[in-house]
Design a protein around this ligand. Structure first.
Ligand code: HEC
Length: 111
């Protein structure tokens, strides 16, 4: 009985850390690739609802890429949005943005 409980606890802990790892990766992508132009990531994430982010990040971030590729002001980001690296990052980014979206109930810390 005790063994089962320990096992359950271990399973829960590993489930939680997997979830956090996904969000954390997305946050890192944001800091590396978006923060210079857009500032704090949680503020950016909280600016839209989950559904809106899911749409923007659909098909490996197709919409997000085209927003930037159609804007002359965003030119320094073109290389990144055209690169394979972005399509790889897109899923992590979506995890992060939806985790802290306006209707997620996750209030960002004051930092
Ligand atoms: C070189 C600077 C630059 C980088 C890097 C950049 N952006 Fe942008 N972004 C812009 C500009 C400029 C616009 C405004 C485009 C327009 O409307 O003309 C924009 C627009 C957006 C919009 C739409 C604005 C809105 O409120 O609907 C989102 C969302 C966005 N960026 C997210 C991101 C994310 C996420 C990243 C990182 C993967 C990123 N941006 C990287 C410059 C940048």
């Amino acid at each position: 009985m005790i063994k089962i409980n320990i096992f359950t606890v271990a399973l829960l802990i590993s489930a939680f850390s997997t979830l956090n790892a996904a969000t954390y990766k997305g946050q890192k992508v944001y800091i590396d690739s978006c923060k210079d132009c857009h500032g704090g990531g949680q503020a950016m994430a909280g600016g839209k609802n989950t559904r809106t982010w899911e749409k923007i990040m659909d098909k490996k971030g197709e919409q997000l890429a085209s927003i930037h590729l159609n804007s002359k002001k965003a030119q320094p980001s073109w290389e990144y949005f055209q690169d394979k690296k972005f399509t790889k990052d897109a899923k992590h980014l979506e995890d992060f943005l939806t985790e802290y979206s306006r209707d997620s109930g996750n209030v960002p810390a004051c930092n």
